[in-house]
Design a protein. Structure first.
Length: 332
């Protein structure tokens, strides 16, 4: 395994190692550097940071460990949050118990109003028959109106009280949901399926929101970041299937199927750690080639994309089968 060295410390050694690698690959297949593109393997790396404050009660992370997406690997102290959630739950229950029973509280007024309406109707019949004084009808009518106003006022008052308590209950629910969300974030989980590359803290340490805990990378799906000249890039396109070669030393070479998934939209000067057939001052285009890792590829290892004589990336068997025959083959 060849590791990318620190630029300040071992930049020269990295270049020498890469040149040796390129020469070795060229001698194996007899192609010239102008017909190859080289680069290093990289992966999607994620630094997982704490989303809560407190002591790390559990942190089962080991460098090199394989984790599944959603797998819990740690736990931050949740005592205070649990107490806050219970307190908010009790507060909500208090508000709920204070909600008035509107039907029971207005039942008495409804009963009085019903009797007052009956009295008014009775006095009205008596007045129509000249059997009662009209003042009695006026008093009964006035009593009905008073009771109707009292009923409306009582209903409005009960409605306002219920609305206020419902609003307080909703506010308490929102606060409780926030605490529950914070409780969930105290459970440290792997965001993707991958391998732990680095571990930044230990169990028992105090952590805070935003503090890095560990780094994880998807090692099953790697990318070869290579650099192509404009001449080489002419026949390379997104989605194209290519062949990727990696040298493990001692003449042990492994070949992989790759797919071009990204091509830089702007040119850049050739990185000092990359050797191409052109001069270093020439500008190149970075490309990413997705490669399925069989377990042998490591981050930072050098890889090579085979190009044919015209600079076109080597075709897979399926693409070669769909190529149109040339004029000689067609005539035959």
């Amino acid at each position: 395994m060849i590791t990318i060295m620190n630029k300040k410390g071992l930049r020269g050694l990295s270049s020498v190692l890469f040149i040796s690698f390129s020469v070795a690959l060229s001698s194996c297949d007899g192609t010239e550097n102008r017909n190859t593109a080289t680069g290093t393997f990289e992966a999607t790396e994620i630094i997982v940071s704490a989303e809560g404050n407190g002591n790390l009660l559990q942190f089962d992370v080991v460098e090199g460990q394989e984790l599944k997406e959603g797998q819990q690997v740690g736990l931050i102290d949740t005592v205070q949050l649990e107490l806050t959630a219970r307190q908010l739950g009790a507060t909500r229950n208090t508000y709920a118990s204070q909600r008035p029973d509107a039907q029971k509280q207005i039942a008495v007024i409804r009963e009085e109003l019903s009797k007052a309406i009956q009295e008014r109707d009775r006095f009205k019949r008596l007045v129509d028959e000249n059997a009662a004084n009209r003042k009695l009808l006026d008093d009964a009518t006035s009593q009905v109106k008073v009771l109707e106003r009292q009923l409306d006022a009582q209903q409005s008052n009960l409605g306002n009280t219920s609305a206020s308590l419902n609003s307080q209950m909703s506010t308490t629910d929102i606060q409780r949901y926030k605490v529950i969300d914070q409780l969930d974030k105290c459970h440290i989980k792997a965001p993707i399926t991958g391998m732990v590359l680095e571990k930044y803290t230990e169990r028992g340490e105090f952590t805070a929101i935003g503090k890095p805990l560990f780094k994880i990378a998807d090692m099953e799906n790697l990318f070869l970041r290579a650099y192509l000249t404009s001449a080489q890039l002419y026949d390379v396109k997104l989605g194209q299937q290519v062949k990727v070669i990696s040298d493990f030393g001692n003449n042990k070479i492994r070949e992989y199927d790759g797919k071009v998934v990204w091509i830089s939209s702007s040119a850049e000067f050739t990185p000092k750690t990359v050797v191409t057939g052109s001069e270093r001052a020439d500008q190149v285009y970075a490309v990413k080639i997705a490669v399925k890792n069989d377990g042998y590829l490591k981050l930072g290892m050098y890889g090579e994309v085979k190009l044919n004589e015209t600079g076109k990336a080597s075709l897979t068997d399926d693409e070669a089968a769909t190529e149109e025959p040339n004029e000689e083959e067609a005539s035959e």
